[in-house]
Write a protein that binds this ligand. Structure first.
Ligand code: PMP
Length: 355
């Protein structure tokens, strides 16, 4: 490569996603997927789908899924935007809303993609440290900025912030877009910030089908907000044809949204397993912030996380280890089925006894 070309290529710090082992014997607790099948209607759509339909391009407005989500949340269709996983919705929101040149704000620690997108799109940013309870310090978000993004519950901590905190942040930031990334909110005891979108026209709430609806492999995410924000997102989307959802994803997404009972039953089950897992981990000498999500961010009182991670992996149990300063003694453990968590507990007991 010539020196000139190399200089022009955008340099970013790549996001290294969690490992995706192909061995079916692995107990996979490392990327916060849902251990249960998607709603049964999804399998019905896949089995009965007429492949001939795939000759035709899909509806670029994602109309059927936008309508299903709007009906489900009692919103107008022009308050909902659908995209290819919430990563796409978020990255498109960065492109659309965060170009004032002023630094955007997000917590440290938080979801590892925010600084990757900021670097990629040349958006300046400042991170705001969490307090010793791993909660955000709302005053940090009162200074001048070019936009704010905060996940609730946060990742990888699992900590849920009350809506009053977001109200205060929104009231102090009426000139910028505030994004609340709610990938895990369905597992929280508290409400979604969706209930605030009528009150705050600068609020964008982003959710996903990857966790609570068990469809990470289908790639569906969505945003809810004031119709002007949604229109801006659609205007940007229509300038990139690559952001069109597949026909398969649209049809399966509608099925998943329409099966409320299945969704609620399985979210409840995961939360129950999470509470049991908290007790088991505490008894084994782990400490963790109170998780309101489908994972637990845990550190052991004596054994380094890196060693526990390796010993679990050797037993075909994958959890997430972050090799990053400040959080390098933590493991992020996804909540699986009761049986998977019992296997984890047994393996941890053995590992810790041998240490
Ligand atoms: N936000 C947060 C906080 C996440 O943890 C994730 C998933 N790792 C996402 C967004 C993206 O999820 P998806 O693209 O699967 O919707």
């Amino acid at each position: 490569m010539t020196e000139a070309l190399e200089k022009n290529i955008r340099k970013v710090v790549p996001y290294v996603p969690g490992e995706q082992p192909q061995n079916p014997d692995v107990i996979k607790l490392n990327t916060n997927e849902n251990p249960y099948s998607p709603a049964p209607g999804v399998a019905r759509v896949l089995k009965s789908m007429d492949a001939d339909l795939l000759r035709l391009y899909p509806d670029p407005t994602n109309g059927c899924l936008v309508k299903a989500l709007a009906d489900y949340y009692e919103l107008a269709e022009d308050q909902v935007f659908v995209g290819i996983g919430s990563d796409d919705v978020l990255s498109m929101s960065f492109l659309t809303f965060f170009n004032s040149g002023k630094p955007i704000l997000f917590p440290n620690v938080t979801y590892s993609f925010y600084d990757v997108w900021a670097d990629l799109y040349r958006i300046p940013y400042v991170t705001c440290a969490l307090d010793d309870q791993m909660m955000i310090k709302k005053e940090d978000y009162f200074k001048e900025n070019g936009g704010i993004v905060i996940p609730n519950p946060n990742a990888p901590t699992g900590v849920y912030e009350p809506l009053e905190t977001f109200e205060e942040i929104l009231q102090k930031n009426t000139d910028v877009v505030v994004i609340v990334d709610e990938a895990y909110v369905d597992f929280a005891d508290g409400p979604s910030a969706r209930t605030l979108i009528e009150k705050y026209p600068n609020l964008l709430v982003v959710q996903t089908f990857s966790k609570s609806r068990s469809m990470a492999g289908m790639r569906i995410g969505y945003a809810m907000g004031n119709k002007e924000l949604i229109k801006a997102l659609n205007d940007v989307k229509y300038s990139f044809n690559s952001y069109t959802m597949s026909r398969v994803a649209l049809l399966c997404g509608v099925e998943a949204v329409n099966d409320k009972a299945y969704f609620e039953e399985h979210v409840k089950k995961i939360c129950e397993t999470r509470e049991k897992t908290k007790k088991a981990l505490a008894a084994l000498g782990f400490s963790f912030p109170d998780s309101q999500s489908n994972f637990i961010f845990a550190a052991h009182k004596s054994m380094p996380a890196k060693e526990i991670f390796a010993a679990l992996k050797a037993r075909n149990i994958f959890v997430r280890y972050f090799n990053k300063p400040g959080i390098d003694n933590y493991l992020r453990i996804t909540i699986g089925t009761d049986e998977q968590m019992q296997a984890l507990e047994a393996a941890l007991r053995e590992i810790l006894l041998q240490a």
